[in-house]
Design a protein around this ligand. Structure first.
Ligand SMILES: [Zn+2]
Length: 456
């Protein structure tokens, strides 16, 4: 029921954005939003670096020259269209040709590309016909793992997992039959990398993304950067390492550099680069009214100082994952404002966005933890009022703002569903409500996605 309310609201706002060529006004609370001066300036064409440093300043591999615009991925890859192939790191036309049996010329012409060059991660390529690899069967012997079987056939473990619809990488049973594609083609990735998956393949500004690195041997070291942002990898299984991060809502470049560096002996390093194409997303616009008494809280200085404090909290990293599955709703109440909308205040310059999600909630409404974690801060903020912050581990955080009271203390562990606070009307608000934020990798991202999708 609650999800229906949310989807209904989303559908309404999406339609409204489409219909309204001009900005549309909506009576939203005048809260939060990372209001910081010029660095958040719109429109998107302005080449001002985003404040998080996620800027692609020195592209080292040029995009293939095209006579037409590069094929842009849509927001979601078209599932079930077997003639679409989504490029991943290391893919080239030559490799795709070898894997599919279609000629390089055919693939290049069909996709209006030149015949060489690196493709962008997430770029969708049209194949003349669906892939139809020959299939053989392999019976799993005791002691065999997905990785060992993948290595034996020269395949990427994740591809094998997907092809056989295995729910996890380490849940093989001896005697089980696996489908093995017979076309063996070496990938372009240098050892020890065997496969790198970006999920989603074309990430969206304001959303979470994961980077899964498969290797042929255990690593002593794995480091990574996206733009200027450092990735924290954790070992999920033997030969599988995962990092989770967020793309800022106001990300202004359409392509991000990713650099990975791995070592199996702590000495010789293998470095790998790729370019990730971002999918466009329109979060819409909001005009927000702030009453006279709250005008001082629009000051860029106050807002920048508050964002700096949030960056400190969200920039921490705990090498443990406390959340499990999707997040619960933090409060009962209609959603009055979704994440990401570009905002202006009192008809001024459009220079900020809504950094979380708002729930209508009377003062004193119980606020519950959406997932397990550790309380890392409870403090009074100028714009967000009384705020509570939970570390969910692996760089994931959530925040509850404009509270009337907090019922937890710093250092306390909480479970999903625990009442942690009472909602209120403190800070820059024009009425009681709960402002809820989720951050990952130091970036405030769309909380709504965590309610419906398991981030892993
Ligand atoms: Zn809000």
């Amino acid at each position: 029921m609650r999800k229906q309310i949310f989807y209904g609201l989303f559908a309404f706002t999406a339609t409204a954005w489409l219909l309204a060529a001009a900005q549309f006004s909506t009576p939203v609370a005048a809260d939060d939003g990372a209001f910081s001066a010029g660095d958040h300036a719109l429109p998107a064409q302005v080449a001002t670096p985003a404040p998080d440093g996620n800027v692609d300043e020195s592209p080292r591999i040029e995009v293939v020259a095209t006579s037409a615009p590069v094929v842009r991925p849509t927001r979601a890859v078209v599932i079930g269209d077997p003639t679409l192939k989504v490029a991943s790191i290391g893919d080239t036309l030559a490799l795709l040709s070898a894997q599919s049996g279609f000629s390089v010329t055919d693939l290049a012409q069909r996709n209006r590309l030149t015949q060489s060059n690196m493709l962008l991660v997430g770029q969708q390529l049209r194949m003349p016909q669906p892939f139809s690899p020959k299939i053989a069967l392999h019976r799993v012997a005791p002691g065999e793992t997905l990785l060992s079987i993948a290595a034996r056939y020269g395949l990427a473990p994740y591809a094998l997992q997907q092809m056989n619809k295995l729910p996890c990488a380490d849940c093989l049973v001896a005697g089980q039959l696996l489908r093995i594609p017979q076309t063996k083609v070496e990938g372009n990735l240098p050892q020890p990398f065997t496969q790198i998956d970006i999920d989603p393949p074309a990430p969206i500004a304001g959303e979470v993304m994961s980077i899964r690195v498969y290797t042929s041997a255990p690593l002593k070291m794995l480091e990574g950067q996206i733009g200027k942002k450092t990735l924290h990898f954790f070992k999920k299984a033997e030969g599988l390492y995962i990092a989770i991060t967020g793309i800022p809502a106001l990300q202004q470049t359409e392509v991000l550099n990713i650099v990975l560096s791995a070592s199996t002996d702590g000495d010789a390093k293998t470095e790998l680069q790729g370019r990730i194409q971002l999918a466009p997303h329109n979060y819409g616009f909001q005009n927000v009214f702030v009453s006279y008494g709250l005008l001082p809280l629009l000051s860029p200085k106050i807002n920048e100082a508050e964002q700096a404090r949030l960056d400190q909290i969200y920039g921490q990293y705990t090498d443990e994952q406390w959340w499990d599955g999707t997040f619960k709703y933090p409060a009962f109440g209609d959603i009055t404002s979704t994440y990401g909308a570009r905002r202006n205040f009192n008809g001024g310059v459009l220079n900020t966005y809504h950094s979380g999600m708002d729930f209508r909630a009377f003062v004193g409404t119980p606020v519950q933890a959406p997932a397990a974690g550790k309380v890392v801060a409870v403090e009074q903020l100028d714009v967000r009022g009384l705020g509570g912050f939970i570390d969910h581990g692996r760089g994931g955080f959530s925040a509850y703002c404009h509270l009337s009271e907090a019922n937890v203390r710093v250092g306390q562990m909480v479970k999903a569903g625990d009442v942690i606070a009472k909602s209120g009307n403190t800070g820059r608000t024009e009425g009681p409500h709960l402002h809820w934020e989720v951050a990952v990798g130091g970036v405030q991202v769309n909380p709504a996605s965590w309610l419906t999708t398991v981030v892993q």
